[in-house]
Ligand binder design. Structure first.
Ligand SMILES: NC(=O)c1ccc[n+]([C@@H]2O[C@H](COP(=O)([O-])OP(=O)(O)OC[C@H]3O[C@@H](n4cnc5c(N)ncnc54)[C@H](O)[C@@H]3O)[C@@H](O)[C@H]2O)c1
Length: 381
């Protein structure tokens, strides 16, 4: 089978730009897909960041420090954009207006106003595929919980807990970077940086908060800059949101815990659903394990633990007994984006990337969470 090539430009050649390129480079892992990405152009704030790409990819035809040069290149069909949050609005809107498909990084605009401008541009170009990243739901354990939700296996929902315990910032001597500065990361702090990751599945299953009471914490208020001087670090490190949430059949509490400072944790993304008929929980801390507890009247209530192996949304060559990891989730997410381009923006996929509408819901929740924290009250959405 010859796969149709989708010619990509990458804007932002940092941590995530490299993850994208590395996933595209091992496309041979995937079976069945009719399309494949080909990275032909790069844009970054610094020319030095092109070096790694040029060393590892033979397909680069264009590099520039001005993203508009990539947008003016008619041979590029799609853009992956991974830049600091204050640049999302301008670059995403310009990309969409240039007629290219866009996989943009979260939070899809630094704040609600920026997100609205991006969504307006999306509305003007319905023929384009515009999606937001969120790779953790592609883990096999998360997918099983998505399936339970779609098949209404939980019964009435008792409680949902979702969270991302990132934890890279416990060390107060860790130098500040753009993700810890309001002007570049945004007022949401850790919520903007990490939040859509945890909300993608609840939103996809139709679980929307009606109101929120948020407690936000700035635990390390100053950090050293590159010169070693102590400077203010004003972004929220941790956020705990208690949301009254509704599905089509019940109302239930959902706790959203987003933490940059979670002692002992490292990139633990989790999802736990308790229902009257079935409960299920999964965490990337134990990436191959799904825990479930079906309720059967008269029987002991016992959690059971199942090793999942390497099942995936898009079939791959990986042996079924092997483990699924972070880079597999990125590969699966990009496969979903390319598959969406191939099938068209409205096509139903087995599991698609986060949508602009889901990014809008995320912004409503985080804007309400800021108000809730400042006013110390419950805020309706
Ligand atoms: N999906 C995930 O798991 C995940 C993880 C980390 C970050 N992110 C998101 O990815 C995005 C980028 O984060 P990162 O960690 O890759 O950041 P990074 O700092 O590693 O890279 C940012 C890149 O943007 C480039 N850049 C800055 N200004 C530019 C400009 N004017 N024109 C072109 N390029 C410019 C920089 O040169 C750099 O290459 C953010 O939206 C962040 O929230 C997602």
């Amino acid at each position: 089978m010859t796969r149709r090539k989708i010619r990509f430009g990458i804007i932002g050649c940092g941590l995530m730009g490299r993850e994208f390129a590395s996933a595209a480079a091992r496309w041979c892992h995937l079976l069945d897909l009719e399309v494949e990405p080909e990275i032909v152009a790069l844009c970054s704030g610094h020319e030095s960041s092109f070096e790694w790409f040029q060393k590892n990819l033979s397909t680069i035809e264009q590099t520039s420090t001005d993203y508009r040069e990539l947008l003016a290149n008619d041979s590029i069909e799609a853009i992956y954009c991974a830049v600091p949050h204050h640049l999302h609005e301008r670059m995403y809107v310009d990309t969409i207006e240039s007629g290219k498909h866009l996989l943009g990084e979260k939070p899809f605009g630094i704040d609600q106003k920026a997100n609205e401008a991006i969504l307006e541009a999306v509305e003007q170009r319905p023929e384009l595929v515009v999606r937001c990243t969120s790779q953790f739901p592609f883990y096999p354990g998360a997918q099983r919980i998505v399936d339970f939700g779609r098949m209404k296996k939980f019964g009435d929902l008792i409680e949902v807990e979702v969270g991302f315990l990132h934890s890279s910032d416990l060390n107060p001597d860790k130098p500040i970077n753009w993700k810890r500065v309001i002007a570049t990361n945004g007022e949401y702090g850790c919520m903007g940086d990490l939040g859509l990751h945890v909300l993608h599945v609840p939103f996809r299953l139709g679980w929307f908060p009606h109101n929120v009471r948020a407690i936000l914490s700035n635990i390390v208020p100053s950090r050293p800059n590159a010169e070693g001087e102590s400077v203010p670090c004003e972004t929220w490190d941790n956020a705990t949101l208690l949301c009254e949430t509704a599905s089509d059949s019940s109302s239930f509490p959902m706790t959203v815990r987003i933490q940059r400072i979670a002692p002992g944790e490292m990139n633990s993304w989790y999802l736990s659903v308790k229902g009257t008929q079935l409960s299920a929980r999964f965490s990337t801390k134990h990436p191959r394990t799904l825990e479930t507890m079906p309720y059967v009247s008269g029987e002991a209530q016992t959690w059971r633990s199942e090793d999942l192996g390497s099942t995936s949304v898009y079939r791959s060559i990986t042996g079924g007994i092997f483990e699924f990891g972070f880079s597999d989730s990125i590969l699966q997410m990009i496969a979903a984006f390319c598959d969406q381009i191939n099938r068209g923006p409205k096509a139903e996929l087995p599991f698609g990337c986060a949508t602009p509408e889901e990014s809008r819901l995320q912004h409503s929740l985080f804007t309400a969470a800021l108000e809730s924290h400042h006013e110390k009250k419950v805020v309706a959405l």
